[in-house]
Design a protein around this ligand. Structure first.
Ligand code: SME
Length: 137
């Protein structure tokens, strides 16, 4: 049959599930390393369209996670100097790297319109989601 979902359809479904069910997740998307280029490329996402479809390594919260290989929780985006604003409604952001065979190959990026909403429970939950995602890539 031809009903099997593609990888991007599965990733989009993950975005929809998270954005629909967690009220302070207002933009949910994936960025992936773009071949051998030192940049991230936007993958499936749910929320306001963004101009930032390509992000150089080191730039913004996402670009910093591409080089740090660490979770990045931002309780207040206005307090960050290396931050790329996508929407003026966004107050906070969380980015969790995705590892395949120990290599940081991309990330899940979540924006919130609620100030300081993310806890360690979000980090643990999203690490779990990223481990599941890694298996379908
Ligand atoms: N705020 C991110 C850019 C991506 S948008 O949130 C969709 C950053 O600073 O890297």
């Amino acid at each position: 049959s031809h009903t099997e979902k593609t990888v991007n359809e599965k990733l989009f479904a993950v975005c929809e599930l998270l954005e629909n069910h967690i009220e302070y997740y207002n933009w949910v998307g994936f960025y992936f390393k773009n071949g051998d280029k030192k940049e991230l490329k936007l993958g499936p996402y749910v929320g306001a369209p963004t101009d930032h479809t390509i992000i150089p390594f080191g730039k913004g919260i996402c670009g910093q996670v591409a080089v740090s290989n660490q979770n990045f929780v931002v309780p207040d985006v206005s307090a960050q100097d290396n931050y790329i604003a996508c929407s003026i409604t966004v107050k906070a952001e969380i980015v969790i790297p995705i590892f395949v065979k120990g290599e940081n190959i991309g990330q899940i990026d979540i924006d919130s319109n609620t100030p300081n909403p993310f806890t360690e429970a979000d980090e643990r939950f999203l690490e779990f989601v990223c481990k599941k995602v890694a298996k379908i890539l």
